[in-house]
Design a protein around this ligand. Structure first.
Ligand code: GLV
Length: 326
């Protein structure tokens, strides 16, 4: 009998995923939260047929070129901008992601950021804690209404549509901007109207980003776009940090070109633009939109199942480069 194939799991995942892989494979498991430097990742991937990666692993063309014998990279995330997919495809390496399982959890959190920023929940908490609360004041910590407002969604995919549904529950009017029109039944369900980027920015009270990070979406929201938004508008980003020009956003928040923002992702994580750390009108979170126990467990399992399928010669369910699987 041939030796079991070897899999590198680059970082800690939910334990059932590792238990599942260990039933059939030899697993080199970095069971810590330390990101493996590229040279260590390459060295540990030697002799491995699969790599279960996370979005903190930068799988550049150079790293991929050194992954001899690897047949699949199974990313524990729906986004895969950390992987040079073209380089993987050129070397016939399958790349998979974890779509679907995190849609509702991520939409919940986008809405939580939207509400927290609009109604100043974090400021209010800090205010009570600080002992400054002396009496009821007519405009104390007054914010923006959510119900009945206009919600502009960039990217009406799975997560964008789930956020829009939450907005509908609050009686919001939905505008969206996407390269592709949404299916007519979805537009009908959400009563959503596809508009130009400019119309969305000018009309929306809330702008929520749900596009993948690609060369076309890098700095989709920069100084010019922020200038088009209403002074009362709130920007929510649970997509990828570089979709927003963070320095331009910090300036717009400081000058009140826009009113507030809720951010889960940053251009150079875990670094956050220093100005954002000082402003009261921004709610910050450390890239946790999909972080419910159940969803992160399912994402871990899904990546493990993708890796196991490929090594068993089966098409992995969540292949992002189908060209490699003929
Ligand atoms: C998280 O950011 C993901 O892409 O799943």
């Amino acid at each position: 009998m041939s030796a079991p194939a070897r899999i590198l799991v680059t970082k800690r995942v939910f334990p059932e995923a590792v238990e599942f892989l260990r039933r059939e494979f030899e697993v080199d498991y970095n069971g810590t939260d330390r990101v493996l430097p590229s040279d260590e990742l390459i060295q540990r991937a030697r002799g491995c047929a699969a790599v279960v990666s996370q979005l903190t692993d930068r799988l550049s063309a150079d790293v991929i070129a050194a992954l001899d014998g690897v047949r699949i990279i199974a990313n524990v995330a729906v986004g895969y901008d950390n992987i040079d997919v073209a380089a993987a495809t050129a070397r016939s390496i399958a790349v998979t992601n974890t779509p679907g399982v995190l849609t509702e959890t991520t939409a919940d959190f986008a809405f939580a950021l939207l509400m927290a920023a609009a109604r100043r929940v974090v400021e209010a908490h800090a205010f009570v804690h600080s002992g400054q609360w002396s009496t009821w004041i007519i405009d104390l910590l007054a914010g923006q209404d959510i119900h009945g407002a206009t919600l502009g969604i960039f990217g009406l995919g799975r997560i964008g549509a789930a956020v829009a549904r939450r907005g509908r529950g609050f009686g919001m009017r939905i505008l969206y901007c996407d390269d592709q029109p949404a299916p007519p039944e979805l537009e009908r369900e959400l009563e959503a109207r596809r508009v130009s980027r400019e119309e969305l920015l000018r009309e929306s009270d809330f702008v929520s980003l749900h596009v993948p990070l690609t060369p076309a979406t890098r700095h989709l929201i920069g100084a010019a776009e922020l200038a088009m938004m209403k002074p009362s508008a709130i920007l929510v980003n649970t997509a990828r940090g570089p979709v927003v020009d963070e320095a331009a956003l910090a300036e717009a928040l400081e000058k009140r070109t826009i009113w507030a923002a809720g951010l889960d992702v940053f251009e150079d994580e875990p670094r956050v633009h220093p100005k954002l750390l000082e402003l009261p009108n921004v709610v910050l979170a450390p890239h946790i939109a999909s972080a419910s126990f159940s969803t992160r467990r399912r994402m871990s399992m899904m990546a493990a199942e993708n890796a196991a399928a490929a090594l068993a010669g089966r098409r992995p369910p969540n292949l992002v480069n189908p060209e490699v699987w003929r």
